[in-house]
Design a protein around this ligand. Structure first.
Ligand code: THF
Length: 277
């Protein structure tokens, strides 16, 4: 995963001090792109041990269309706890926009089913897009994430705002536009999550995996992650692991946690860091 360390090094060297919503402070750059050839292995960061279980459950939870953290908590995943109401609600975040975007006339739009249908029937399309960015439900910035969620607004505006698929010569690629990337904590999760989604969509569409292209807007290192970043930058990446997916699953909504097996994941020890709420 030299691509990830290059991003981290770039932000450390070029990043400029910038204040942020959470009051933590960051060093930030605007605009960065990484490319991962999924045939070369699974892009899970190796310079610290990453908790793949949380990544898989979060993605399955998005695909279920759920926005209450109950499913995550039942599976021991706590990464969304900081933003949810006491009842576990996050408002209409990713799962809601992906599976039941409000059509405005009482109808809802299942963007995931639609995009898979389009990939299968019109693979040359230049409109293979899923958008999580819905201006009608953005949080009211006068209130905290939990207050917004309690009012039926999104706890947080989506960081992964939209993604686009592309089919060429039997291979499926995916590009994500992420408006804001927490380079130390979130980005390793985000890379693995979208790489996995690309493998899953490729399988159900009978395509081979192509590239995952990760485009970042505000790419930042929180100032309370700088020491952890230094530790990581001093480490040498291991070869990429391999993701094995149960080949019998042919419906994107039928995957379960047991359908995924990561092989040959060799990683340096985990590095702890506080998450900015
Ligand atoms: N807010 C901030 N500040 N950073 C983010 O990365 C982020 N997200 C999601 C929404 N808001 C965000 C939440 N995703 C962790 C990882 C991903 C998160 C939130 C938190 C985290 O704490 N990871 C630890 C523990 C892992 C675990 O418990 O499994 C880690 O060491 O990786 C980005 O999409």
């Amino acid at each position: 995963m030299k691509e990830y360390l290059q991003l981290m090094r770039h932000v450390r060297e070029q990043g400029v001090r910038k204040e942020d919503r959470t009051g933590t402070g960051t060093i930030s750059v605007f605009g960065y792109q990484m490319r991962f050839n999924l045939a070369e292995g699974f892009p899970l960061v190796t310079t610290k041990k990453c908790h793949l279980k949380s990544i898989i459950h979060e993605l399955l939870w998005f695909l279920k269309g759920e926005t209450n953290i109950r499913y995550l908590q039942d599976n021991g995943v706590s990464i969304w706890d900081g933003w949810a109401t006491p009842e576990g609600e996050l408002g209409p975040v990713y799962g809601h926009q992906w599976r039941s975007w409000d059509g405005g006339d009482g109808s809802t739009i299942d963007q995931i089913s639609d995009v898979i249908h389009q990939i299968k029937t019109t693979p040359d399309s230049r409109r293979l897009i899923v958008s999580a960015w819905n201006p009608a439900v953005l949080p009211d910035t006068r209130y905290s994430p939990k207050e917004n969620a309690a009012m039926g607004k999104q706890a947080l505006p989506p960081c992964h705002t939209m993604f686009q698929f592309y089919v060429l010569e039997g291979k499926l690629s995916c590009q994500l536009y992420q408006r804001s990337g927490d380079v130390f904590l979130g980005v390793p999760f985000n890379i693995a999550s979208y790489a996995l989604l690309t493998l899953m969509v490729a399988q159900v569409c009978d395509l081979q995996p192509g590239e995952f292209i990760h485009t970042l807007g505000d790419a930042h290192l929180y100032v309370n992650h700088l020491a952890q970043a230094e530790t990581q930058l001093a480490r040498k990446p291991y070869p990429k692991p391999k993701m094995i997916i149960n080949p019998n699953v042919k419906d994107i909504f039928n995957f379960t946690f047991e359908d995924f097996e990561l092989q040959n994941y060799q990683a340096h020890p985990h590095i702890k860091a506080p998450v900015a709420i």
